[in-house]
Design a protein around this ligand. Structure first.
Ligand code: OOG
Ligand code: MG
Length: 255
């Protein structure tokens, strides 16, 4: 009988993230419950170092992302205070293994939300919406992973930028999104690429956190998932996202 040391795997992935060193894909076959258990344990290490849990990110909520990574199931991960990058600030590429950026939409939760909810109920629970950029950084070599690998690795979350918060009444249906590096467009998308409408991602977020015995709480940020394939970052660039009706956000990349 082989037992899997989930805590050791969590430590390995946390160390890989902390030291920006790639690690091989997990050797043992694990199931999805074990993958989420590793994720929870690795986040526990961050919380023990003083980081705060500030929300969650949804992943593989668009076709473009599923196709790019060869994975077809929706996943989620936890966001901590140390992952947030101020709008307009800089990141150091050396803090990451092989970071990529993707255009997203963020929700600010205003009232507790968990379980099976309808889109109108999800909408009623949020205080604001914003354009957002997610910086993903797989801790696995060559950015290659299985579904369980990526879930254990906190669904590649490593950083995010949230732009100006807008009224939750802003219609999020089919808004154009342009991701650019130094003013040169890298990816064009639409909020409709996110499960047909980003609110569906919030509905899914409420369901998956409840399955994990958790809930979305006032002040939590929920990232809806990348609308386009992710683009590799390189030192020296300024990254900007413009979302129709929502505005822009961005950051720069230092050596
Ligand atoms: C996994 C994270 C997926 C998204 O928005 O779809 C994700 C990855 O692509 O490495 O964040
Ligand atoms: Mg993402």
């Amino acid at each position: 009988m082989s037992t899997i040391d989930l805590d050791a795997l969590a430590g390995r992935l946390d160390d890989a993230a902390r030291h920006a060193n790639a690690t091989p894909q997990l050797e043992q076959a694990i199931d999805l419950d074990q993958a989420y258990a590793i994720q929870r344990l690795s986040i526990g290490r961050r919380l023990a170092r003083g980081e705060r849990r500030i929300g969650i990110k949804m992943g593989f909520t668009s076709r473009a992302k599923m196709v790019q990574m060869g994975v077809s199931d929706m996943i989620w991960g936890r966001l901590t205070s140390a992952m947030q990058v101020e709008d307009g600030a800089g990141i150091r590429i050396s803090d990451y293994v092989h970071p990529r950026v993707e255009p997203e939409v963020a929700f600010l939760v205003g009232r507790p939300l968990a379980g099976a909810v309808t889109a109108p109920q999800a909408l009623a629970a949020i205080d604001a919406v914003a354009p957002a950029l997610e910086i993903i950084d797989s801790r696995y070599e060559n950015f290659r992973f299985s579904l369980t690998d990526v879930v254990a690795d906190n669904s590649s979350s490593s950083g995010f930028v949230v732009g100006p918060w807008r009224s939750p009444a802003t219609d999020l249906d089919n808004l154009g999104m342009v991701l650019d590096f130094d003013g040169r467009p890298q990816a064009f998308g639409s909020t409709a690429a996110i499960l047909g409408h980003p609110l569906r991602s919030l509905v899914a977020a409420a369901r998956v956190v409840a399955e994990a015995g958790e809930s979305l709480q006032p002040g939590d940020i929920v990232l809806a998932g990348g609308a386009t394939a992710a683009c590799a970052l390189r030192p020296g660039i300024h990254v900007s996202l413009e979302v129709e009706s929502l505005g822009r956000c961005g950051f720069h990349v230092e050596d």
